[in-house]
Design a protein around this ligand. Structure first.
Ligand SMILES: [Zn+2]
Ligand SMILES: [Zn+2]
Length: 231
């Protein structure tokens, strides 16, 4: 597989995931299809999508640049053959774990450090009543900070074996869908009981109350560190 092919497929995956986020958000905001699953009762602010659009586009642009740069620098270390199921799942779970640890501690620090909270993280917290695309409504510095955990996971894998391109693509898509999911403000029946994974309420309450529930994927971090939201 050539470098150009890997870049094009990576960008197709990223744009498909984000396009799904746009369509999903517009359905949530403009129709009542999902209304009965909403966690919060507050109505969405009028015109919120268009108001947020410039920052969504800026962060998507940054994501594109980082994805191309990332693939370009990792290309020589990719294994482009179809992996065994164990290599695929092992790499996918490992990157998810490292990325999630990074997210928890970086996110919690942004709440503890009042300067970062006021100047950077407060942008994301303008969304008290989130909808799927709000994962893109973050200060560009925070957006880039989030990529560090993912890259750390890839680099740690590369210390022992080549990074499989299919695990890389699967993580890119699942990470995107997960971000869409935790900002959806929707308690969808078929997704709310997946074991270990933080339910949507956790991050939803974090947005509504600005305190506690710092985990993204695995809620166990808030339990171990005693940072669950308390009334
Ligand atoms: Zn936060
Ligand atoms: Zn959020």
């Amino acid at each position: 597989m050539s470098l150009q092919e890997v870049i094009i497929i990576t960008l197709i995956i990223l744009f498909s995931g984000n396009l799904f986020g746009v369509v999903y958000s517009l359905i949530v905001l403009k129709t009542s299809v999902f209304a009965k699953y909403r966690i919060q009762t507050k109505p969405y602010k009028k015109g919120v999508f268009m108001e947020r659009l410039p920052l969504y586009l800026l962060n998507l642009g940054l994501l594109t640049v980082f994805a191309v740069f990332g693939v370009y620098s990792l290309y020589d270390f990719f294994d482009t053959e179809l992996p065994s199921i164990w290599v695929f799942l092992g790499q996918l779970l490992f990157v998810t774990f490292i990325d999630d640890v990074w997210f928890y501690f970086a996110h919690r620090y942004m709440h503890q450090n009042k300067y970062l909270l006021k100047k950077v993280h407060s942008i994301h917290h303008r969304a008290h009543t989130p909808f799927p695309l709000e994962y893109l409504y973050v200060h560009p510095f925070e957006w880039m900070l989030g990529i560090i955990g993912t890259f750390a996971g890839y680099l740690l894998i590369l210390l022992v074996m080549p990074l499989n391109i299919y695990a890389f693509w699967a993580f890119a898509l699942l990470r995107n869908l997960h971000e869409i999911h935790i900002h959806s403000d929707l308690n969808l029946p078929f997704l709310k009981n997946v074991p270990l994974i933080s339910p949507v309420e956790d991050h939803d309450v974090h947005h509504a109350k600005l305190n506690g529930n710092y985990a993204s994927t695995f809620r166990i971090w808030d339990r171990i560190m005693n940072t669950r939201f308390k009334e």
